[in-house]
Every structure is written in structure tokens, then in C-alpha cells.
Ligand binder design. Sequence first.
Ligand code: ADE
Ligand code: ZN
Length: 326
Amino acid sequence: TDLMNIIQGIPKAELHLHIEGSFEPELMFQIAERNNITLDYESIDALKKAYKFNNLQEFLDIYYTGAQVLLKEEDFYDLTWAYLTKVHSQNVVHVEVFFDPQTHTERGVDFKVAITGIYKALEKAKEELHISYRLIMSYLRHMTEEEAFKTLEESLPFKDWIHGVGLDSSEVGNPPSKFKEVFKASAAQGYKLVAHAGEEGPADYIWEALDILNVVRIDHGNRCLSDDALVDRLLKENMALTLCPLSNLELKVIDKLEDHPVAKMLDKGILATIHSDDPAYFGGYMNENYYETAKALNLTKDQLQQLAINAFEASWLSDSHKKKHI
Ligand code: ADE
Ligand code: ZN
């Protein structure tokens, strides 16, 4: 269609993508088989049928189960390479990828195994697909701050490969303030800071991410529009929100895409951006997120271009690299 051609033609940056959430059922079965693991689902179709979620936690339970088949460096490499070739075909030219070290270290898979596989695929994509990248390790907020500190410690030998830290997993009941000290220590190591906030949690959690954690971007941030003072704050600091419309729909953060706040945010001048979050689970990569959102909200071509420009502006590319896209 014309709309899809326009979207395909826009060079895009993806800033909110969990690599474990890009694990397609086909690859999951393939890796399970070579690792001699039997999945709880009898077929790819049976697995896909389980992808119906009423909230974030129902999704996370399946997402962590899927990740259990990742054991070896080549598993992480194949996972990451599959994602990168997919988004390359969608004209994504820059990615800032999350991985969840604790999802793997908790199961006895070394930090080194996970990060090396991911890193090698990112480097290959830089060379062969000309995709620039940053890598972000996320602390799991359902775990303790002490456990996050342990992860920070484990990351230090790989500091040169890691650009920032994030905060994800079960939001409600696990406010950003729980991770105040480990974020401070992470910043002291030179890591940039982001956090999921205001996806299912209240606007207060967005304030905490800004005031207590000192993040440079908010992942999701849907709930900010309920708080005028917060909107003023986001505008004053030109703070980016990395929104994920199909994720919000699948996790019932919104009832229908027509209710998605991104158009209102653009109207207010907020640095709003669109990404896929966990594309293998939510039915779409970058282009599908742009496309479905554009259709539901009647976004103009200018608004679509603005969303893409915003993502480059919010990215961690150097100013000279940003300029090529803005
Ligand atoms: N981990 C993977 N996707 C997530 C999301 N949308 N929110 C919180 N944690 C996540
Ligand atoms: Zn996310």
C-alpha cells in the first residue's frame, strides 16, 4: 500500500527492543531442538496460540519461559542476527537493544555467554548491514537491588560493549526508587540510564525515574498525559518517550489503537517515538507499529517523519551522526 511504502521509505531508529522479545517461535523450536530441550508446546502453532495476554505479567511469564532455551553463545548470536536482518529489511538503520542478563544468569547461563553472542551479531550487522547500534542491559525490577548490583559487577569486564542500563519487568509494586543506588553506581561506571515507567504504573513512577534515577529517556511513559506538571517537565527537558503501540494493545495498556496517546503527545510537542518492544510476541516489528498506529490515528506523512526524526534525536548517536538523519 501507499502508506506502507511511505513507512518503508523512512530510515528509522529502534530504541525500545528487548532482544529476548524478538524470539520468533520458529527459531525457538529450532534452538530448543539442538539443545535437547522439550518445549511445553507441541507445535509452533500451539505456542503462537498461547500469545494472548491480559496484562504485562501474563506476557512476562511466557517471555521468560521462551528465553530458557537460550543456552549457548551461538543461541544468543542467532537470536540477535535474526532480529537485525529482519529490521534491516524494514529500513531500520540504528538500533539500541535491551538484553536482560538476569533472565540468563539466574538459570546458570554466564553473563559472558549471553553478551558475547549478542555483541558478535551487532558487530556483524554494523559491518555488513551498516546498522549502527548501542547495547543496554536491563535490571529486572521484580528482583532485588542487591541482585541488580551483582549484575552491574558482572558487566564490568564488558563495559566497553555496554552503553547503558535500563529497568524492566513487572512494574506495579516495583517503583524506580527501589533501584536508586544501583542506578547511581551504574552512572558512576559511565553507563547512560533509561527506565520503563508509566506503562502499567502511575505517572508518579515517571517522576521517580526522572528525579530519583536521573534517566535520559523514559521507556513507554504512556501515563504522563494524566499529569499536566509532568507534561511540562518532559517538554522543558525535551525528554523522549519510547512508545510501543502494538505492545500497549496486546498487553491491554489501551483497549484499542485509536486510544493510543502518541498523537496527543506529538501535538503537545513531546519527543515521542515509536518502537516494537517485543515484536515476536506482539505481532509486529517497526514498520507494522508505524503502520497500524498511522491507520488508527490518521497520522500524516509529516507526523510519521517526525516520529522517525524524534527517535534519531533521542538516540545515543553522536551529534554528527544524528545530523545525517534529522
Ligand atoms: N520486558 C520485556 N518487555 C517488557 C515490557 N513491555 N515492559 C516491562 N518489561 C518488559
Ligand atoms: Zn519494554
